[in-house]
Design a protein around this ligand. Structure first.
Ligand SMILES: Nc1ncnc2c1ncn2[C@@H]1O[C@H](COP(=O)(O)OP(=O)(O)OP(=O)(O)O)[C@@H](O)[C@H]1O
Ligand SMILES: [Mg+2]
Length: 452
């Protein structure tokens, strides 16, 4: 786990998220505390609970975004679930555990791809060797103990020379487009979907793997260019080089020590009333969540996961209900509450331009592929931000998401006309352009409800 200090974490988050300093601080502390905890000797370490957090704030102000970026930073296994989905019909108690299983899946993939990267160059070398064997099968060296190198007419020696020559060509990519036919392993997929509504995950058994081991691997002849064959064979070799048991073990460790679960819409299960579904009450969902958040053992197909030290970040708008409407035990497990603020016009200007993934940068990059240079004047950006605020006030406050709808409407024509009608050139968008394009829609409330 990367050991970023709290202020470094906030700095990293600042690259993507504007404002919301308090929330950033809270998650930074939670993440660092987890690292601190891992430095403490055993006994006390087990006692220290994660700083679970509730992020409170209106829609579209960066709650999910903060959690997502945090997980990326921590290189930690991360899943996001909507608490309200557990109130739907068909989701009963046991399914709440699925979030931990998803987390384990994620971690296994994460660790597996890391390990694959580690063995990649070795696997590529093996792949080259294999392809070489297809092209020029090696001949057995003479067994009579003669010095093979000495006899240049020796068949084995010639063969070796040719192989070396070919290998060089192979390495240089000179043969990449040549077609080759080779045996590829094809994983048998057996009709396992018919096994009923209960996921096999619940049994904690990796069925796919068991069946995969019982059934013989089917060899399949494939014909591809050498470059592609290299990639396919390298992948197969990499699989062989990786110790999947070790991967799974490490994945479980990572889930337990550094996993992050983001529970969205927690406010929708606050309060004791009935949820959307007829049979699962909101309080019921909270009771199901409780053991997982408090720490329990969950069966996954990779083994048992202890949830004690997983970091839970919950979020909700809490318009109707309040955090105090959650059952006390659950409240106790989320000791940190931070409020995120509504975004101002100034924030919108920054959001449009500053983050590394800022919307204007995205559209710029899209149009650059067509040779069109998109340029927004300062006034235009201000105007877009102003309109976003206005529509948020008048229609519904959807936070920064409003910027998406406004920009798609604003740029609709340009995006359609490039490259046919607008040749490669500079397209300048001024405040006037923005007004022309959007004013009538903004002024007409019914229209903006539908379009913006
Ligand atoms: N403070 C911010 N800085 C930069 N971008 C933001 C900010 N807030 C929101 N955004 C942008 O708006 C989009 C929606 O934000 P996000 O998903 O975080 O909303 P949310 O707070 O989780 O809302 P909801 O309660 O509806 O889930 C994000 O994709 C992000 O690009
Ligand atoms: Mg969200």
């Amino acid at each position: 786990m990367k050991a970023l200090t709290p202020s470094q974490i906030v700095n990293e988050l600042d690259k993507y998220i504007i404002g919301q300093t308090e929330a950033k601080r809270a998650v930074a502390i939670a993440l660092r505390n987890r690292w601190r905890r891992q430095q403490i000797p055993d006994k006390l370490r087990e006692e220290i609970l994660p700083n679970n957090i509730i992020l409170i704030g209106p829609t579209g102000v960066g709650k999910t975004e903060i959690a997502r970026r945090l997980a990326k930073l921590a290189e930690a296994p991360f899943v996001k679930v909507e608490a309200s989905k557990f109130t739907e019909v068909g989701y009963v108690g046991r399914d709440v555990e699925s979030m931990i299983r998803d987390l384990a899946d994620y971690a296994v993939n994460l660790v597996k791809s890391e390990k694959t990267a580690e063995v990649q160059s070795k696997a590529e070398e093996l792949a080259d060797e294999k392809i070489l064997d297809f092209l020029i099968p090696p001949v057995k060296k003479a067994h009579n103990g003669e010095n093979v190198e000495a006899d240049t007419n020796n068949e084995a020696y010639q063969n070796q020379k040719t192989r070396e020559w070919m290998k060089q060509k192979l390495k240089n990519g000179e043969l990449d487009n040549k077609m080759i036919e080779f045996d590829a392993n094809s994983q048998n997929s057996i009709g396992m979907q018919v096994l009923g509504p209960f996921g096999l995950d619940d049994l904690g058994i990796n069925f796919q793997e068991i069946m995969g081991n019982i059934m013989p691997k089917k060899k399949k002849k494939r014909k591809t260019p050498i470059s592609e064959a290299k990639a396919i064979i390298a992948q197969e070799e990499a699989q062989k080089l990786i110790d999947m048991d070790a991967v799974q073990k490490e994945a479980i460790d990572r889930v337990q020590e550094s996993g992050i679960v983001f529970i969205d819409e927690i406010d929708k299960v606050a309060g004791g009333g009935k949820g959307a579904g007829p049979d699962v009450s909101r309080e019921g969902v909270q009771r199901d969540l409780l053991p997982i958040v408090e720490g329990s053992n969950v069966n996954t197909k990779y083994g048992v996961v202890k949830t004690d030290h997983i970091l839970f970040i919950a979020s909700g708008a809490f318009h109707v209900s309040k955090p105090s409407d959650l059952i006390p035990e659950l409240q106790g497990r989320f000791p940190i509450r931070v409020e995120l603020k509504s975004l101002s016009q100034e924030d919108f200007i920054k959001i449009l331009t500053m983050p590394e993934n800022a919307l204007l940068k995205q559209y710029n990059a899209l149009l650059e592929t067509e040779g069109v240079k998109l340029e927004f004047t300062q006034d235009a950006i201000k105007e877009i931000a102003r309109i976003a605020s206005e529509v948020n006030d008048q229609v519904e406050n959807i936070g920064a998401r409003r910027l998406h709808t406004i920009l798609t409407t604003l740029l609709d024509e340009i995006l359609f006309d490039v490259p046919d009608k607008i040749p490669a050139e500079k397209v300048r968008i001024s405040a006037k352009t923005v007004k022309q394009k959007l004013d009538t829609i903004v002024k007409n409330r019914d229209l903006s409800k539908f379009i913006l």
